[in-house]
Design a protein around this ligand. Structure first.
Ligand code: GTP
Length: 207
C-alpha cells in the first residue's frame, strides 16, 4: 500500500533490540528476517512506516504503523512519531528485564503527552521462552497489573512463529470501528434531539 488514506495511526515504542521491526515485518509481509540478516543490518534509524488494511465485518480499516528506533540516541525523534497516534504498541523482550523498564518509560511519556492514545503491552520473542521457561525475565502478573493500570491489553507474541501478532492489530481496528460507530450514534441522537418529529408539534395530532 502506498500514498493511500490512513484511518488509524499506530506507533511502536520500546527498547532497541526489543523486536519492533520484526513484529511489523511479520504483520505486513508475514516473514521473519531474523534468521537470515545480521542484526546490525536491520537496526532502525529514526523511524519506518508501513500500512496494512484490515477487514472486519466487511468494513476496511487502513492501519498506518510507525516503527520507531529503540536506541536512546533517537529518543527525541520517537517523541515526534507518537504524536497523534490513536494506539501504541509498547514492546519489551520477554527475555530482557531492562526492556520492561524502558517500556514503563514510554508508557509514562504517552500518559503525559498523548491522553487519547490507547496503550497495548507487547512482550516479544515468546518462542525463546516457550521451550525454555527459565529464560523468562518478565513476570506475567506484573505485565497484567500494568495493563490494567493503562486500561490496555497485554500480548505475548513471537515474530518468529507469528504468535498473537494479528490479534493486536485486529483489536486496534475493532476499537477504531466501535468508537466510530459510537460517535455516529451520538451524532444521530443529537440530531433527533435538535429536530424532534413534526408530528409532535402538530396541533391536529394532539386532538
Ligand atoms: N527468537 C526471536 N527473535 C526475535 C523475535 N523478534 C525479534 N527477534 C530478534 O531480535 C533482534 C532485534 O529485533 P528487531 O526487530 O530488529 O528489534 P527493534 O526493536 O526493531 O530494534 P531497533 O531497530 O534497534 O529499535 C533481531 O536479531 C531479531 O531477529 C522473535 O519473536 N523471536
Amino acid at each position: 500500500m502506498s500514498g493511500g488514506k490512513v484511518d488509524i495511526k499506530v506507533v511502536l515504542l520500546g527498547k532497541s533490540y526489543a523486536g519492533k521491526t520484526s513484529l511489523v515485518e511479520r504483520y505486513i509481509h508475514n516473514r521473519f528476517i531474523g534468521d537470515t540478516v545480521p542484526y546490525q543490518n536491520v537496526i532502525t534509524i529514526g523511524a519506518a512506516f508501513g500500512a496494512k488494511t484490515v477487514v472486519i465485518n466487511n468494513k476496511s480499516v487502513v492501519i498506518g504503523i510507525w516503527d520507531t528506533a529503540g536506541s536512546e540516541r533517537y529518543e527525541a525523534m520517537s517523541r515526534i512519531y507518537y504524536r497523534g497516534a490513536k494506539a501504541a504498541i509498547v514492546c519489551y523482550d520477554l527475555t530482557d528485564k531492562s526492556s520492561f523498564d524502558r517500556a514503563r518509560f514510554w508508557i509514562g511519556e504517552l500518559q503525559k503527552h498523548e491522553e487519547g492514545c490507547q496503550i497495548h503491552l507487547c512482550g516479544t520473542k515468546y518462542d525463546l521462552i516457550e521451550g525454555n521457561p527459565d529464560l523468562r525475565r518478565i513476570d506475567e502478573k506484573e505485565t497484567k497489573a500494568l495493563a490494567i493500570d493503562v486500561r490496555g491489553d497485554v500480548y505475548e507474541t513471537s515474530s518468529k512463529t507469528g504468535k498473537d501478532i494479528d490479534k493486536i492489530f485486529v483489536k486496534i481496528a475493532s476499537d477504531y470501528l466501535n468508537s466510530k460507530r459510537e460517535t455516529l450514534e451520538e451524532e444521530t441522537s443529537d440530531i433527533i434531539k435538535l429536530h424532534p418529529s413534526k408530528k409532535h408539534f402538530c396541533p391536529a395530532c394532539r386532538s
